[in-house]
Each structure stands twice: as C-alpha cells, then as structure tokens.
Write a protein that binds this ligand. Structure first.
Ligand code: GUN
Length: 302
C-alpha cells in the first residue's frame, strides 16, 4: 500500500471532543444543554443500531437525547403530530427521523414537517435548496464528514476534478453540491451511467456511495487521487457463517494507486454521527443566539 490512510475514526474522536468541550463552555451561558430528538419508526435492525449510537454519543458530548420509538404501523398523522410537538419543544434543538421509513409513510412529507432550523440531517427542502445555491445551511452529515476529511488533503479545491458515484439524496447529491460550491469540476455517476471507469480515471477526488461491494477497481483510480469510500456492505467472510464489512472500493488494489484513501470500517462511518453532533450544536447556538464557532477544522491535520 502506498496511499496515506485517512483515519476517520481518529477524525471523529477529535471532532466529538471539540463538540463536547464547546457544549461544556456554552451550557452555563444558555442555561440548558443541547437536545437531540431521534425518531425511529419500526424495527429495522441497522436503524436500531444507528439510533442507539446517536443517542449514546449525544449524551457523551453533554447533550440531552430524546428517543422516540414508534411501532411500524404508526399512522402518518401521529408521526406528524410528534414532529409538531418536537418543533415546539424548547428542550429540543435538533430533530432526526431515521430513514428508511415504513412504506406507508411519505418520507418527503415527514422530513419537510421538521422545522428547518432543527433539521440536523439537512434533508429539509429549504436546507437542500440553500446548500444547492451555495448559502449557509445545515449540511447532511455524511457529505459534511467527507468534506472535512477532504479539506486536509486539498487546501484548494479549485481546478480539481471530482467524481461522485451514487446520486442519493442522503449522500451523492449533497456531496456533489458541496464539491461544486468548493469550485471543483464535478461529475456525478450512478447506476445508469455507462462509462464510470473512464470518468473515475479523470478524478483527483473520488467519492463512492453506490452500495455495491468492491465496485471500484484499482485500475479505475487516477494515480495520487484522494478516494473516499462511503460504502458499508456486509458480505460473507472466508470463515463459514461469519460476515465482514467492506466498502464500495477494492481497497487493497486502490491503495496501491491512490494518494490517500479511507478504509471500511473506520473511514467515513464514524464521521457521520460526529457531524450530527456538530450540526446539533450549531442548531443550538443559532437558537440561543450564541456564536457558532467553526468546529469542523481539524487542527491536528492542518
Ligand atoms: N439512514 C441512513 N443514513 C441516514 C442519515 O444520515 N440520517 C437519517 N435520518 N437516516 C439515515
């Protein structure tokens, strides 16, 4: 391996520590702790794990965590009533509805019912629109974490060519918008694109969020490129009955060519919740009229 390993676990630990320090400073001024409400509808096993981690890490950062677990059969009006109560609750500064929602619920309507200033996922249409037009807004957590790590390897994005593989609303589209806002030349590929290897070979920055294990091969990588692998796929391990996590990039082959690369696990994954805490702190600062100090700059790596 010749690429530098981008240690997302370490970045996330440092970001969580900065959030916790700032929370400890601000609570005496504000007279209350930041509050994060997480809503889970149903029993999706992966969502259960994420929701538990989000609550635990919020509490470890000195925040209040409010977990709302609703049955899978919850009617939409009940979920909307809960969101209206959370919007009005002054103890709650950030609201997150874990996705995916059961099929009978209209995820778009549910997300857009969250007050935009409490939408710490950055999924509300007004936050999406503001990011899309280059305005300050709440930015989705996974792309935010990717940008934070990328900034350490690219002090200037201008003139760089970036390829984002995947065009989901959660990762691919906001990631492309952030790279564009940073003046990259941005390409977006997805499952209907026919020439992804050729596009990838042009990319100084490659962000992969396709959900396809090992999709990106070593010979797709431009020598020296920075590779951010957002994929988290559970596959069978060599030992029968065991599984392991792999990304969307063939890590061993890519690491021989790339300049820097995130591993899976331990790359982007841990940054997502750390960025959620940073977004919650930021929402709390705005709601209390407190200065929202930039926490995303990582001094250790500058
Ligand atoms: N499901 C998978 N990722 C996310 C996320 O970042 N936020 C929410 N709310 N649900 C998710």
């Amino acid at each position: 391996m010749s690429a530098t390993l981008i240690d997302g676990k370490a970045y996330a630990a440092r970001l969580r520590a900065r959030v916790a320090d700032r929370v400890a400073q601000l609570v005496p001024q504000a007279g209350q702790a930041p509050g994060l409400a997480v809503v889970l509808v149903g029993h999706d096993p992966a969502s259960e794990v994420y929701v538990r981690s989000k609550g635990k890490q919020a509490v470890e950062a000195g925040m209040k965590s409010f977990e709302h677990r609703l049955p899978a059969t919850t009617p939409e009006h009940e979920l909307l009533d809960l969101i209206a109560r959370l919007n009005a609750d002054t103890q709650v500064h950030g609201i997150l509805v874990q996705l995916p929602l059961p099929d009978h619920l209209d995820a778009r309507a549910v997300i857009n019912a969250i007050a935009p200033h409490k939408d710490v996922d950055g999924f509300h249409i007004s936050n999406v629109g503001m990011v899309g037009t280059g305005q300050d807004a709440i930015v989705p957590c996974t792309p935010l974490g990717c940008m934070m790590m990328l900034r350490d390897y690219h002090s200037d994005f201008r003139g760089k060519t970036a390829l984002v593989i995947g065009h989901s609303n959660v990762v691919g589209k906001p990631m492309a918008r952030l790279l564009l806002n940073a003046d990259c030349t941005v390409m977006v590929a997805h499952k209907h694109s026919t020439n992804i290897p050729e596009l990838a070979r042009m990319a100084d920055i490659l962000v992969v969020a396709a959900g396809v294990p090992g999709l990106v091969k070593g010979d797709w990588i431009k020598p020296g490129a920075t590779v951010i692998d957002v994929g988290i796929n559970r596959v069978d391990a060599d030992t029968p009955g065991k599984t392991r996590l792999v990304g969307d990039v063939d890590f061993d082959a890519a690491a021989k060519v790339a300049g820097a690369i995130t591993p899976v696990p331990g790359g982007v994954g841990p940054m997502t919740i750390a960025c959620l805490l940073a977004n919650t702190l930021s929402a709390y600062c705005h709601q209390h009229g407190l200065e929202d100090a930039p926490l995303l700059h990582d001094e250790q790596d500058s």
